[in-house]
Design a binder for this molecule. Structure first.
Ligand code: HPA
Length: 280
């Protein structure tokens, strides 16, 4: 798969030919969390298979469609489903759709995922604002020659999850009376879930939630000067904390259970950040 500057531009051109809306916010919807895209108005739906160079997902719960539309009058682009490194894609391929979204001119990217809860105060079904991340995958989507048209060789990650967007998210949740946990997310490569020993190690590192995605897209958006906000749906307690074996069925079932609360939060949060400009 080609992830060059020209491949990004050809994906952008095809999307622009299909839809004249210029999105201000992009959102990547994780496992079982895709329903939000259905609530957009004036929708154009483009299957990933119709966008040049876009990787297509093989995981249940990941629809594989780009949905462009409006929400409270604000233009939004949503990815219903993403690909993961464990499917065999390189980190550059995993992050390619985020490159395309950022190249469409969005100000902010909202990344969402299903995650295992490590923090002792978390319960399955909680939503967590991602305050920061730890990359323990050993991989980075910026490895390789740097294209200066996209961003700098050594991007700063001090505010990987933008403090201004985090504040707006806290305020939005509080206005809606939606409980919102907060914490640090770690990217593990998967696809096997973690062992209890790994979870004890992550707990000792002060990590709150674990998952197999999101970090590559966050790195790419920061590289391009696009602000990022992140929300994890804690679909299960992590290995060794949970009394039952982990399963994708449990992840999907919990994601489905929080669907409404999650969708309502996003429906208020996305329009609220639409006009926060890119970082300078
Ligand atoms: N570990 C890793 N990824 C996950 C988990 C987990 O417990 N739950 C959902 N995604």
């Amino acid at each position: 798969m080609n992830t060059s500057y020209d491949s990004i531009q050809s994906a952008v051109s095809v999307i622009r030919e299909r839809c004249s809306i210029q999105p201000k916010v992009g959102i990547i919807l994780g496992s079982g969390l895709g329903a939000f895209a259905d609530s957009l108005e004036n929708k154009t739906v483009i299957p990933y298979s119709e966008i040049p160079n876009f990787p297509t997902s093989s995981v249940a719960g990941h629809a594989g469609r780009l949905v462009i539309g409006t929400l409270a009058g604000e233009p939004i682009v949503a990815m219903q489903g993403r690909v993961h490194m464990y499917e065999g894609y390189t980190p550059q391929e995993v992050a390619f759709p985020a490159r395309v979204l950022c190249s469409l001119g969005i100000n902010s990217l909202v990344v969402t995922n299903a995650a295992g809860g490590i923090n002792g105060s978390f319960k399955a079904g909680d939503l967590m604002l991602i305050r920061d991340h730890v990359n323990l995958s050993g991989k980075n989507p910026l490895v390789g020659p740097n294209d200066d048209r996209l961003g700098p060789r050594f991007p700063d990650m001090s505010h990987a999850y933008d403090p201004e967007l985090c504040d707006i998210l806290r305020k939005t949740a509080s206005k809606l009376n939606t409980p919102l946990q907060e914490g640090v997310y770690v990217w593990m490569s998967g696809p096997s879930y973690e062992t209890p020993a790994e979870i004890r190690m992550l707990h000792n590192m002060d990590i709150d939630a674990v998952g197999m995605s999101t970090v590559p897209e966050t790195i790419i958006a920061n590289h391009m000067g696009v602000r990022v906000a992140g929300i994890s749906c804690i679909t299960n307690l992590a290995a060794g904390i949970s009394k039952v074996p982990l399963s994708h069925a449990e992840v999907s079932e919990t994601a489905n259970r929080v669907k409404e609360r999650f969708t309502t939060l996003l429906a208020h949060f996305l329009p609220a950040i639409a006009n926060v400009p890119r970082r300078q």
